[in-house]
Design a protein around this ligand. Structure first.
Ligand SMILES: C[S@@+](CC[C@H](N)C(=O)[O-])C[C@H]1O[C@@H](n2cnc3c(N)ncnc32)[C@H](O)[C@@H]1O
Length: 234
């Protein structure tokens, strides 16, 4: 059972031997891969909704993996008890939904040694929440699948060395790593900034001017990172 590049990158951020909870598992593809490859001895796969919960149960039964993947129905981490898992994966949900799940379950979080998170939106706000709540960004991956970029972050308990809003928006580890997809991703972000700047140029309000100054400074830093990564890969 081959994982998509996105799910494979998520699996790659799970440390070997870790007991895992996959929150919002849907089809349970990730849990089944983690136990079949021997990366994880045991995974709790949860989903809030009936249809995905049933799909996960069916797939686990069909793979004869019931002893190692336990499917539970529930909202966020409510279906997991403190100390039951080492790693919590939450993938394929909006960043604000992920933050809400983490916010509501501090007891379960206290026992976790790593969070592996793949937000579909609002990655910057999620990074900010992590660093303000006792987590540091230990690793990050950037994947392009079917023309869409996916950011995956691994957070561990500790103090984040940087609270720089620009780095928290782009991803401090992604910027350090200058991986193969980063320049393409940053060119897209640059285009987004330039479009916003074009819109702001039509307004003369002090707020718009302040925002334009902020975006211009981010564009400068973005160009610096793009140049540095290009030089590294040449
Ligand atoms: C787009 S799917 C992602 C599936 C899988 N994690 C992946 O990345 O491919 C999102 C899943 O999260 C589930 N979900 C949404 N909110 C949830 C919550 N609060 N608690 C548990 N599951 C939730 C949905 O039912 C759905 O199956």
């Amino acid at each position: 059972m081959e994982l998509s590049p996105r799910l494979a990158a998520i699996a790659g951020l799970v440390p070997p031997g870790a007991r895992v909870a996959d929150i919002g598992t849907d089809h349970a593809l990730l849990p089944l891969n983690l136990v079949k490859t021997g990366r994880s001895p045991r995974v709790i796969a949860t989903d809030l909704n009936e249809n995905p919960y049933r799909a996960a149960c069916r797939n686990v039964l069909a793979a004869d993996a019931g002893g190692r993947v336990e499917v539970r129905k529930g909202d966020g981490l409510e279906a997991v008890a403190p100390g039951e898992v080492d790693v919590i994966v939450i993938a394929g949900m909006g960043g604000n939904a992920i933050t809400g799940i983490l916010e509501r379950s501090r007891g379960v979080l206290a026992g976790a040694t790593r969070l592996v998170l793949q937000p579909m939106s609002d990655a910057a706000a999620l990074r900010l929440w992590l660093v303000q709540n006792g987590w540091r960004l230990a690793d990050e991956e950037l994947v392009k699948e079917d023309g869409r970029f996916y950011v995956i972050m691994a957070a561990e308990p500790g103090e984040e060395r940087s609270r720089d809003p620009f780095l928290l928006e782009i991803g401090p580890v992604l910027v350090d790593k200058c991986g193969p997809v980063l320049v393409e991703y940053l060119e897209k972000v640059k285009g987004d900034y330039q479009r916003v700047l074009g819109g702001l140029a039509r307004s003369r309000s002090p707020e718009a001017m302040e925002k334009a100054i902020e975006i211009t400074s981010r564009l400068t830093r973005l160009r610096e990172v793009i140049n540095r990564c290009r030089q590294r890969t040449e």
